[in-house]
Write a protein that binds this ligand. Structure first.
Ligand code: ADP
Ligand code: MG
Length: 515
């Protein structure tokens, strides 16, 4: 893909916008772009830089994304949802060998919620975190829908990122760890060269000494010049910043999304690892092998790091998030396409090909919150021999929430493809087994009756099949389930409002042109 129209072959140390931004390491990538950690030499801080592929359609999408992001910047910063959307800091064109690339500059954020779901081994996050995330995401949605006139259309765990508390400290640590690792490898390598010239007569002590030197090893070598078995090797002189960290320091936020980092550019997080010196003393190639396994194990430790359990949380622990990726967003008065939303988070009106609007995001928020609570998709349709993914998706929705209103099916583009003419029975799936949400939560996920009842009360306002009757974000942000969630920010709106006064709530707004 590094061809004309493709990704820009960026490299560490490369400068952008004259000498303003200098690339440090890769943070992640998506369909449209690669995202880099960069040093802003003018403001002396680090930023995330999204370099968009140069082909014309990517470029046009990026221009739309910039317009949408600029709208956020120019809309009431006092609204409590404003702070929960990623901010565009700068943008410019960059001439590369594969064409002109649009670059967008953002603040640096941490892991996305999918990696947090994985860290909790798909067993669900503590309810406290889910409440906090729900509140922040709803405030952000209210800001987008009501104040900006924007539909996100791609709300899902990958697009909600954790905030970082101290970007500069984390970057500093990563840089030190990498520097030390390079230094260490260089020294071991030169030991190997000199030992080769000695005809492989080097004694074990030479190797351990050179490793020792490179790592500020405590001088614990025995007389024989060997390190005691299972000696701990320290590859970074600073303590590893905890992958997650909060105000109260009882839990932590991962510096970078390790699941998203490309091989070869993975940040080395120097750390402590068990190192068996005796095993290494035989030959040098094994030393090198073990050294590379150190870096792998440091990486793995971060991957394997376990997030806090519910009972370990302090009262003032707060997990702050921001919504990112407006690459698929659109205006309430200009939907760019009807092919919207990621499958599992797709609203029934979108599946049916009916009119849709802001409220399709609320459906996705419902799916997202269920997934945070349980670690499982709410809907995960599959195709069968006699039915399509859409058939299965509709069947799953009906089983959980009851029938889809006939009026919606009647006015939709594709309703007749899925339904018999009675607009009740699906054509290709006959036997539906109703399993209501509250029962699923109790029977499958073992929530208490009280929790299951409250969660169902909250989610059923979002999982309303009729897009016109779905509850709106600001109303939902005042739901009693979120009362004790510790997130600041209040929008004065009653629970139970259904977007009655929100333009574009359930359909595209027609602009009237006056001549
Ligand atoms: P695309 O539109 O190409 O999908 P995204 O905006 O989704 O691009 O970014 C791609 C990936 O880059 C994200 O999934 C995330 O891992 C990483 N990323 C994006 N923005 C940031 C940021 N501000 N800070 C840290 N990582 C980011
Ligand atoms: Mg993306």
């Amino acid at each position: 893909d590094y061809i004309p129209g493709g990704y820009h072959p960026a490299y560490i140390g490369e400068y952008y916008k004259g000498k303003r931004y200098k690339l440090v390491r890769k943070l992640g990538w998506g369909h449209f772009s690669t995202v880099w950690l960069a040093k802003d030499t003018e403001d002396n801080k680090h930023v995330a830089m999204k370099i968009v592929r140069s082909a014309k359609n990517y470029r046009e999408t990026a221009i739309d994304e910039i317009k949408l992001l600029s709208k956020l910047n120019h809309t009431d910063p006092e609204h409590p949802g404003h702070q929960h959307l990623v901010k565009l800091l700068d943008y410019f064109d960059h001439q590369g060998e594969n064409g002109v690339h649009i670059c967008m500059v953002f603040e640096v954020l941490g892991e996305n919620l999918l990696s947090l779901i994985r860290r909790y081994k798909h067993k669900g996050l503590p309810i406290k975190f889910v409440k906090q995330i729900a509140k922040q995401v709803l405030l952000a949605m209210d800001f987008l829908h009501r104040l900006c006139g924007i539909v996100h259309t791609d709300v899902k765990p990958e697009n909600v990122l954790l905030e970082l508390e101290d970007v500069e400290q984390i970057v500093q640590f990563l840089e030190n760890a990498q520097k030390q690792r390079k230094e260490m490898l260089k020294r071991v390598h030169s030991t190997r060269v000199s030992s080769a010239s000695l005809g492989d007569q080097t004694s074990p002590i030479d190797i351990s000494a050179s490793i020792d030197e490179a790592n500020d090893f405590p001088r614990t070598m025995s007389r024989k010049g060997r390190l005691s078995r299972r000696q701990t090797l320290i590859t970074g002189s600073q303590p590893l910043p905890s992958p997650l960290r909060s105000k109260s320091n009882s839990f932590f936020v991962s510096p970078l999304d390790t699941n998203q980092t490309l091989p070869g550019t993975t940040p080395f997080r120097g750390s402590v690892s068990n190192f068996d010196m005796e095993d290494l003393s035989d030959n040098h190639s094994r030393v090198l092998e073990s050294l590379s396994s150190i870096s792998i194990s440091a990486e793995q430790r971060l991957h394997q790091w376990e997030p806090p359990k519910a009972e370990e949380l302090a009262d003032d622990d707060i997990l702050r998030v921001k919504i990112a990726d407006l690459g698929n967003a659109c205006w309430i008065y200009n939907h760019f396409t009807d092919d919207v939303q990621t499958r599992q988070y797709r609203a029934p009106e979108v599946i049916l090909g009916a009119q849709w609007g802001c409220s399709c995001d609320i459906w996705s928020v419902g799916c997202l919150i269920f997934e945070l609570l349980t670690g499982d998709y709410l809907f995960d349709p599959t195709e069968g021999r006699s039915f399509s993914k859409n058939d299965d998706h509709l069947a799953q929705i009906v089983e959980l929430l009851g029938p889809i209103p006939q009026e919606l099916i009647a006015v939709s583009r594709n309703g007749k493809l899925f339904y018999h003419s009675d607009l009740q029975r699906l054509r290709r799936i006959k036997n539906l087994k109703p399993w209501p949400l509250q029962n699923v939560l109790m029977e499958k996920y073992k929530f208490s009756e009280t929790d299951a009842h409250e969660i169902t009360d909250f989610l059923s306002g979002m999982l309303v099949p009729d897009p016109k009757k779905r509850m709106d974000a600001a109303g939902l942000s005042n739901h009693y389930w979120l009362n004790d969630c510790n997130v600041e920010g209040y929008v004065d709106r009653e629970v139970g409002t259904r977007g009655e006064d929100i333009s574009g709530w359930y359909k595209e707004v027609r602009l009237h042109h006056h001549h």
